[in-house]
Design a protein around this ligand. Structure first.
Ligand SMILES: [Mg+2]
Length: 145
């Protein structure tokens, strides 16, 4: 499966202390523009071992190379990155704030209830993960066949 993760509020805290983050060694820290939610590294390793593709789908204007570098600093290679620019180019006149179907994405992991609602309206699969959910990565694993 091609699985895409939202950043803000899902893998990256929107404010300090929103959820615990992964600790990385100091030389790598300089390359990571954002901290990543605790559990991201083991989750991604497990999904990779099961041959899934891992993408990031963010409504932010972060540059794809900077997003890739943040994950690389954690030892994680992304298979694809969609930011607000790429979304606007590919989804054209569609009104949804995210449209994973345009990128062949099978499942979107996102914290926003609005995105979950859009999924129902436009027919794409969303697993909503609450920022307060300490068992979030287990929920992701359980949702993927
Ligand atoms: Mg979000």
């Amino acid at each position: 499966m091609r699985i895409a993760f939202d950043l803000d509020g899902t893998l990256v805290p929107m404010f300090a202390g929103q959820f615990p983050v992964e600790r990385i060694a100091w030389p790598m820290r300089a390359f990571a523009a954002d901290p990543l939610r605790i559990g991201t590294t083991p989750l991604f390793r497990l999904l990779k071992a099961r041959k899934h593709e891992i993408w990031v789908y963010t409504s932010s204007l972060r540059k794809p190379f900077a997003i890739r570098r943040t994950f690389l600093a954690h030892g994680l290679r992304l298979d694809g990155v969609i930011n607000a620019d790429l979304h606007a180019q590919a989804s054209g006149a569609r009104v949804a704030s995210k449209y994973p179907s345009a990128f062949g994405i099978d499942l979107l992991i996102d914290d926003a209830p609005g995105v979950e609602m859009e999924g129902r309206q436009h027919g794409f699969a969303v697993l909503r993960i609450d920022p307060d959910d300490a068992g979030w990565s287990r929920k992701v694993v359980d949702a993927i066949p």
